[in-house]
Structure formats: structure tokens, C-alpha cells
Design a protein around this ligand. Structure first.
Ligand code: APR
Length: 258
């Protein structure tokens, strides 16, 4: 396996070194090393413990938001509020600063790419640190809502008493059109897409790697477990993002990636 691993990594480094426009596509796996559980792949994955179809589905939320806010209190707030960017996030930010990464398209809602210093972050599923009132649009901080939740569920808008909702895409909601457009353009212009820490099962985001391949880009997968796209990828690195991305950043010419 060591020989094979060395071969895969050498091939990946060669592809990165010659790439002209690189785009990263990230999922929950890149944040797992920051202590934020993923959704599907392990026993402590979020959707192994909570039913995604009721907790994070928009019609259930509008009918009774209390289930979601209990989930937010129990399973999201502590991990998210304590999470720090890890070497995977920092390597991507360093590649962007060195002009060797065009943008990060992320499915993640934790804001860790921005915290690591990435500037061009396309958030396909929104950002849970932005909590908005559905009635008046008043924006509330993540921490503030957690405090309100200690006293009241559902938490009311401080301005109008209306219903609050994190600025994230629930199941049953469309993805933000502007972000989808920007992601499509980034994919169309790239010659290498690196998909990192995603099971690639939730559409339309999961269609982006295939779109990259169709328009002639190289496709690289950095993922601990196999995905449905392994067979079309140019190279698959079955390893942790925090370990591999600094090596790929160095191959891209970034001297000090983390
Ligand atoms: N390094 C690389 N890969 C990892 C790591 C790691 N440290 N840890 C976990 N992984 C891999 C897992 O093997 C798994 O295949 O990351 C993947 C995470 O998959 P999911 O949990 O399905 O997360 P994701 O693909 O981002 O889910 C997509 O589903 O519930 C919705 O909106 C939610 O954005 C989310 C979407």
C-alpha cells in the first residue's frame, strides 16, 4: 500500500503543479478534523443520530421550528462555536494567497474557510453563523441566539418577535441562485477540481465534479471513503484532508502552506 500511496501522491502533485486554474470543492470531511461531525460516514455522524428529513426540512421547520432549535442547541452550537480551521482549511487559504487557487466552493455552513483566510468562498448551502428573521430580515449573531434559546424555544426576533432561521439551505429549499451561478462559472473556467471531504451524494452540489470532468478538467478526490465518482477521477487520495492538502499546496509552489 505504501508504494501505491506514494505513486498516487506523486501523480496528484504532478497534476497540481501543472494546473493553471484550480478550484476546491469541499464537504463536511474537511471540517471533521476541526471537531465538527460529518453527516453520513461514521457512527457519530449527524444523520445517524437525527432524522434529517424532519430536523432540517423546510416544511417541518415552518410548522414547528422547536425540533430544529433543540438540534441546534444539542448538536451544532457547541461543536461549531469551538471549531478552529485545521491544516486543510489553511492550506487552501495559502494556495489562494499564492494565486494558485481560484476559489473554494463549499457545502459546509461552518464558516471555517473564511476563518482560515480564504477570500473567494462560494457557499452553496449558506452559513449557519448568519441567523435571520424570516419576517423582517433582522440579522442575529450565532452566540446571541444560543443565549436566547436557554430561555425560549423557538427564539424570537429581537426586532419584531418573528421567526428566526439560520441562513442555510434546508432540505426542500433551492440553493442560492447566485452561488450556484458563481460555482458553475468557476467550474467552467478551471482545469483542475479538487473535491475534498464529501460523500458526493447530495445534489445539485454533487453534480459539480462530473461537470468539471465533462468540460475537460482534471478531477482529484481527497476523501477517506470511496465515492460514486472514484471511477471517473484522475486521482483518488483516500486520506485525511489535513494531511494531504498541505502536501498538495507545496506541490502548487506554496512554501509555507499552514
Ligand atoms: N479528510 C477527508 N475526508 C474525510 C475526512 C477527513 N478528515 N473525514 C471524513 N471524510 C469524508 C467521509 O469519508 C465522507 O465521505 O468526508 C465525507 C463526508 O460526507 P458527508 O458526511 O455526506 O458530508 P457532505 O458530503 O458534505 O454532505 C453534503 O449533505 O446533509 C447535507 O447539507 C448537508 O452539506 C451537507 C450535504
Amino acid at each position: 500500500m505504501v508504494g501505491e500511496w506514494a505513486e498516487r501522491l506523486a501523480r496528484a502533485e504532478e497534476i497540481v503543479a501543472r494546473a493553471r486554474q484550480i478550484v476546491a470543492f469541499t464537504g463536511a470531511g474537511i471540517s471533521s478534523e476541526s471537531g465538527i461531525p460529518t453527516y453520513r460516514d461514521t457512527n457519530d455522524a449527524i444523520w445517524e443520530k437525527y432524522d434529517s428529513e424532519t430536523i432540517a426540512e423546510i416544511s417541518h421547520f415552518r410548522r414547528d421550528p422547536r425540533n430544529f432549535w433543540r438540534f441546534f442547541q444539542e448538536a451544532r452550537y457547541v461543536a461549531m462555536s469551538q471549531a478552529e480551521p485545521n491544516p486543510g482549511h489553511r492550506a487552501l487559504a495559502a494556495m489562494e494567497r499564492a494565486g494558485r487557487l481560484h476559489s473554494v466552493i463549499t457545502q459546509n455552513i461552518d464558516g471555517l474557510h473564511q476563518q482560515a483566510g480564504s477570500q473567494r468562498v462560494i457557499e452553496l448551502h449558506g452559513n449557519t453563523r448568519r441567523i435571520l428573521c424570516l419576517e423582517c430580515g433582522e440579522r442575529h449573531a450565532f452566540e446571541e441566539v444560543y443565549e436566547i434559546l436557554q430561555l425560549r424555544n423557538p427564539p424570537p426576533c429581537r426586532a419584531c418577535g418573528g421567526m428566526l432561521k439560520p441562513d442555510v439551505v434546508f432540505f426542500g429549499e433551492p440553493l442560492p441562485a447566485a452561488a450556484l451561478m458563481e460555482a458553475g462559472q468557476a467550474i467552467a473556467d478551471c482545469d483542475l477540481l479538487i473535491a475534498i471531504g464529501s460523500s458526493l451524494v447530495v445534489y445539485p452540489a454533487a453534480a459539480l465534479p462530473e461537470q468539471a470532468k465533462r468540460q475537460g478538467a482534471d478531477l482529484m478526490l481527497v476523501n477517506l471513503t470511496p465515492t460514486a465518482y472514484d471511477s471517473i477521477a484522475d486521482v483518488v487520495l483516500p486520506a485525511s484532508a489535513g494531511e494531504v492538502l498541505p502536501a498538495l499546496a507545496r506541490a502548487a509552489g506554496v512554501a509555507d502552506p499552514i
